[in-house]
Design a protein around this ligand. Structure first.
Ligand code: GN1
Ligand code: MG
Length: 357
């Protein structure tokens, strides 16, 4: 009986469909068009998602949770598939809409962000015994920041859209930070940071916040669930949620890292994750926030230089504007690095004192 287009997401197209049921109630569904330019093998994406959801539901049932609200539910096609491939090769999928909860584009209430931290921690915990080797790599080397840097250099050299000149300052800012790009990748390669099943796209708008309790009830957008490091999830969540402004705020004076929001998420996340993190993971938490912000800035700027083929844009400078907010945040995080470290230490100490009591 009705439909809306979602404004959320830079990759897939999302619609909310309203159906009137026999009893007269309105039932909502989420319909998504999968961007197969980004996800080259949608079948594999859906295989991952089906397996991940099944695992989550099994674990939630075991601990007495409500799998219909705390995990996504795929609506199968009449043929019994988790997705529909149209004759022209378009991929579509549908999920139940979770009622009584919503997503936010910006953190309006620090408690929501605390709960998001808990929810993403829980998500990692619930998937800690998922057979990681069975997951497909839906986007190859997704968070390999060194590779992202190499792609960026190529885009600068090619200058295919004549945009290098107008982005000189941003390019120089990134060139000066090449050293940072290999840090986590190298720690994973050397085995100092364990590979775990991670979400890899932990934007605050990828979590449903319960209208009544403010808790993060369900993690959305499972397209990039793959082996990775928990630092990708933590860093990306801070990058997006602890910023004072939207990702495409043109006025950079409004963009900085809010340390209270940083603390709120960190407190929520560590209340769940402190028990399973190894010391090297803890050591790089603050750095990961900066690195994931740098990486996203690299990606936005690369896409801008290449003519906006990847992220959806609303105007020609959109990716440049997005890149600028990320670089502003990186600079602010560099200035606040010791404060971020101090907040993390304080929270860790508080938690271990509570454990003793
Ligand atoms: C994309 O699809 P969406 O909007 O949740 C992107 C993320 C970026 C994010 C930046 C598959 O996420 O990696 O961090 O935009 N997803 C993919 O806002 O590339
Ligand atoms: Mg998303």
């Amino acid at each position: 009986v009705g439909a809306e287009v979602s404004k959320n997401g830079h990759i897939n197209d999302t619609f909310f469909l309203h159906f009137r049921q026999e009893e007269g109630n309105i039932r909502r569904y989420v319909l998504q068009y999968i961007n197969s330019n980004v996800f080259r093998e949608p079948e594999r994406v859906m295989e991952n998602i089906e397996a991940v959801i099944k695992h989550l539901q099994m674990k939630l049932l075991k601990r007495g949770g409500d799998p219909s609200r705390e995990a996504m539910q795929i609506v199968n096609t009449t043929a019994g598939n988790s997705f529909y491939r149209s004759p022209s090769g378009e991929y579509w999928r549908a999920y139940d809409f979770i009622e009584g909860a919503q997503t936010y584009e910006i953190v309006e209430n620090p408690l929501h962000f605390y709960h998001a931290g808990r929810a993403f921690g829980q998500f990692q915990l619930l998937l800690s015994d998922f057979p990681a080797h069975t997951l497909h790599e839906t986007i190859v080397r997704f968070h390999d920041t060194r590779k992202r840097f190499a792609d960026f250099l190529q885009a600068v050299q090619a200058d295919s859209h004549g945009r290098v000149q107008g982005a000189r300052r941003e390019i120089d800012f990134l060139l000066a930070r090449e050293q940072d790009t290999g840090v986590l990748i190298d720690l994973i390669a050397s085995g100092e940071i364990p590979l775990r099943v991670t979400h890899n796209d932990t934007k605050f708008n990828n979590i449903m916040i319960d209208d009544k309790t403010g808790e993060g009830i369900c993690v959305l957008d499972l397209d990039t669930v793959m082996p990775g490091t928990v630092l990708y999830d933590y860093g990306d969540a801070i990058r997006f949620g602890a910023s004072t402004a939207l990702e495409d705020e043109p006025n950079l004076d409004l963009v900085w890292l809010d340390l209270d929001l940083f603390a709120a998420y960190t407190r929520g996340y560590l209340s769940v994750a402190q028990d399973f993190l190894v010391p090297t993971e803890i050591k790089y938490l603050a750095f990961s926030a900066k690195l994931l912000t740098l990486e996203t800035g690299l990606r936005f700027l690369t896409d801008y230089l290449q003519g906006d083929c990847y992220f959806k844009v609303a105007h020609p400078n959109h990716n440049l504007v997005r890149a600028r907010t990320q670089l502003k945040l990186v600079a602010d995080m560099e200035a606040k690095m010791s404060q971020m470290e101090a907040i993390i230490s304080t929270i860790l100490e508080e938690n271990s004192r509570e454990d003793v009591v």
